[in-house]
Design a protein around this ligand. Structure first.
Ligand SMILES: NC(=O)c1ccc[n+]([C@@H]2O[C@H](COP(=O)([O-])OP(=O)(O)OC[C@H]3O[C@@H](n4cnc5c(N)ncnc54)[C@H](O)[C@@H]3O)[C@@H](O)[C@H]2O)c1
Ligand SMILES: [Zn+2]
Ligand SMILES: [Zn+2]
Length: 361
């Protein structure tokens, strides 16, 4: 039977979000209902609320979540009731041209639940990133549930579902950071901070954190940055070159998503180095670079979608490293809050006060 649960909904562009009652249907074929234990507040939720993603209001927000599978629909074999899972927005299809070529981490046809969750009056909700987890329960495609070790704190585990995975993956998957590499990370919020942590995990020799906020630089140090640069006062490109023997870094991760920081990343990289763009730009942004420099500097200019992660491969592995004390994922949880405090959390995020506020249910 369909259930009524409390959830955070954005009804109109720019309007404060509200806690209201929604209807969650029983899982159909290939679907699962998950009881949410924790869900992080990500910039993307705020983008939805501000109409920056599309105008399919009302949105059911929240997408960095962990919880317990409650029920599954027909044909679901990969998860069962009682499983502790992290939700992902890359349920791979196995059929598209990328999956067929053995590259499911780029799957071009990921899927979500087919049935819709609704408001009490029947209005269909658009779940953020096909998840919608600022809710006591949510309906997803079973492939969006990735089983991980239940010993992990849900507030920490859920963060792998989006920003933290994107940052770690930008370094270890897309940037292919290796032992002894020099890395620079421009923008050290949740995503950039995770790129710092991922670089340390991969054995980078030098990790240079760049931000315009000293608080973020202090956190980056705790996460593994060996050097920090506040680029309000200092030229980021020159500083990174100076710290790398005049050459530039082997890998530069751009985790802001702006043309000026992308240019810094482009020029702060050594010859034949790699730029990874994990920050997400907005539609009006344009980039101009001398084509001769694009050629002459060689190397690779890459974008990182969700850290090029494969949830089934990466989530359990990263949770295991966290449980072994080798990966400080706990550092990203700045505060835990209740479901009715998401609006205030947006405010704190806007002021740069937190890496992540996490709703705990
Ligand atoms: N590629 C993906 O799959 C993916 C997934 C999640 C988030 N993202 C994107 O990653 C980006 C970062 O997300 P976040 O959650 O870390 O946001 P955040 O707001 O926590 O962090 C952004 C950081 O950039 C810093 N910053 C801003 N302007 C700067 C500048 N000019 N130079 C240096 N630093 C600057 C801020 O001080 C802040 O620390 C966003 O664009 C987000 O949309 C991408
Ligand atoms: Zn596919
Ligand atoms: Zn997110």
């Amino acid at each position: 039977m369909a259930q009524q649960v409390k959830a955070v909904v954005a009804r109109a562009k720019g309007a404060p979000v509200e806690v209201t009652t929604i209807v969650v249907p029983d899982p159909g074929p290939g679907e699962a209902v998950v009881r949410i234990q924790a869900c992080g507040v990500c910039h993307t939720d705020l983008h939805y609320r501000e109409g920056g993603i599309n105008d399919e209001f009302p949105f059911l927000l929240g997408h960095e979540a962990a919880g317990i599978v409650e029920t599954v629909g027909e044909g679901v074999t990969e998860v069962a009731p009682g499983d502790f899972v992290v939700l992902n927005w890359r349920a791979v299809c196995g059929q598209c041209r990328s999956c067929q070529r053995g590259r499911p981490q780029y799957c071009f046809n990921t899927h979500n639940a087919e049935q819709k969750m609704t408001l009490l009056d029947g209005t269909e909700l658009s779940p953020a990133l096909g998840i919608g987890a600022f809710a006591e329960k949510t309906l997803v495609a079973a492939g969006q549930c990735t089983k991980v070790d239940p010993a992990a704190d849900p507030a920490v585990a859920g963060l792998l579902g989006c920003g933290v995975m994107a940052g770690i993956g930008a370094a270890i998957n897309t940037g292919n950071v290796g032992r002894g590499d020099s890395v620079a990370v421009i923008g050290c919020g949740g995503v950039g901070g995770a790129a710092v942590l991922g670089s340390r995990l991969a054995g980078a020799g030098k990790i240079i954190a760049v931000d315009i906020d000293d608080r973020k630089l202090a956190t980056a140090r705790k996460l593994g940055a060996t050097h920090t640069v506040n680029s309000t006062a200092t030229d980021a490109v020159e500083a990174i070159r100076e710290l790398t023997g005049g050459n530039g870094a082997d890998v530069v991760v751009e985790a802001v998503g702006r043309p000026e920081t992308y240019k810094q990343a482009f020029y702060a990289r050594d010859l034949a180095g790699t730029v990874v763009l994990v920050g997400v730009p907005t539609p009006e942004m344009q980039l101009e670079l001398p084509l001769l420099d694009v050629f002459g500097r060689g190397g690779a200019l890459k974008s990182s979608w969700y850290g090029d992660c494969l949830p089934s491969r990466d989530f359990p592995m990263l949770i295991d490293l966290y449980l072994q004390g080798r990966l400080d994922l706990g550092a990203f949880v700045s505060e835990t809050i209740e479901l009715d405090a998401v609006e205030q959390a947006f405010e704190r995020m806007h002021h740069g006060d937190v890496l992540r506020s996490v709703v705990v249910l």
